[in-house]
Design a protein around this ligand. Sequence first.
Ligand code: B12
Ligand code: SF4
Length: 432
Amino acid sequence: MKITLIKPSLGNVITGYNINDGSMEPLQLAIIAGLIKHPDQVILYDDRLETIPFDEKADLVCITVDTFNARRAYQIAGEYRKRGVKVVLGGMHVSLLPDEATLYADSVVVGDAEPIWDEMIADYKKGQLKTRYNAPFGVPQDGCYPDRNIFKGKKYLPISLLQFSRGCKYNCTFCSVSKFFHHAHQCRKMEDVLYEIEKDNLKTILFVDDNMITNREELSVFLKELIPLKVKWASQSSIDMVNDKALLRLMTDSGCVGNLIGFESINPNTLKWFNKSPNLRNFNNYKEALEILRDYGFMTWASFMIGNDFDTNDTIDRTVEFAIKNKFTLSFFHVLMPYPGTKVYEQFKSEDRLLYDGHWWNHPDYRYNHAAFRPKLMTPEQLTEATIKANKDFYSLSSVASRIFDTKTNMKNLFNLMVYTRFNHVLKKTSI
Ligand code: B12
Ligand code: SF4
């Protein structure tokens, strides 16, 4: 039996979307590969990096689907089904909208792969694949490890993805995570995470936790155990980490290089609108919080949501100035997207502000990172343009040259300098 795993791109020439550059390893597919008992039975095709050989023999195709690549995922599923190959879809988008996904697949998995995998494969072998499997969400399964051999020979960024925990206790109005995990947060068994690091000799790690600092007690115990492994790591964490100095010290001691932090906005009214509570508590234009992060030597990858009800061209320009002035290592200026299931989606729907019939992710005219709703103080086109400009301005040569000069962060050591130049280069290319 041969199982083909697929990570869809944001779209390709067929859809007119752009192909992504500087991709990271798709961890969920390595987890699925780890569930397959015979390594010779599994192969990965990453649509972001390579052309999928649809005519190559496959018995079962498993595709991971997020909302932003759902349309491309459905196209890929269609290509295989045309050839008589059974297709299973899973992932966040499928779990949020299983009825939609069912139209494009032989089977859909709602929730995590681990608890239902063996049952699904047994059903497939009997010719009795069910149209839907329901599994729990975000409940870490002891003793499940990704099989990273599927990544061999593929040109991913040199950083390994790893999970310590899943979910987040906060409830930001634009975020799919709160809905998906029902505000629950769960840590994996610490021994499993440490074993995985040693087994796969992971040296540079991105913890893909939604908010790594959610359970500070468990995290602190884990970080103490991480220190002797001498890894370098980065996390996704909320800015309220600055309120726990003992935790920050442990993060530094265990090799934390920096953090991806959702700033979202520099306007407190917007933060309230987004229900971004960790930021509101540390606001004061983030001045103190940023000083603390610099004192601990962390690089900051800042994420901003552009297009809220208070945004104009002027506020967007000021947000970029803020990011440059604070010498953020990287920044991401995202068009606010109404993801299905989120409060923002429901609000725009009730105010009749959704474009593309309310299903932008599966609309033939929609293009990635374009506005999919009517903003309050701008047109959708102005919002799209302003967001493109924000990314261009942040990755302009003068900005890259000025941000590098921070001896506490970007220029702290050779490793940080390498991270800074490599990732600014990748993001400059994709911002054009
Ligand atoms: C790491 C990460 C990234 C990394 C990239 C990772 C990569 N490999 O390329 C970076 C930081 C670059 C990134 C970028 C973006 N991301 Co992102 N990202 C994540 C994050 C935090 C973790 C993903 C992950 O690896 N999880 C670990 C795996 C093991 O869990 P999993 O995917 O849920 O898989 C399990 C189940 O879902 C299921 N499953 C999954 N697939 C399949 C398939 C089958 C067949 C089966 C049976 C089961 C199954 O089983 C798996 C194992 O338990 C998620 C948050 C989240 N919780 O998912 C956001 C998330 C996926 N990202 C999101 C977004 C919006 C983006 C961006 C569009 C942001 C932007 N505006 O630019 C970009 C898109 C980039 C791109 N071109 O693809 C949203 C997506 C929302 C949605 N409804 O789809 C999420 C959910 C974050 C959020 N807060 O809402 N992201
Ligand atoms: S803090 Fe981050 S992960 Fe948590 S709900 Fe808000 S945006 Fe989502």
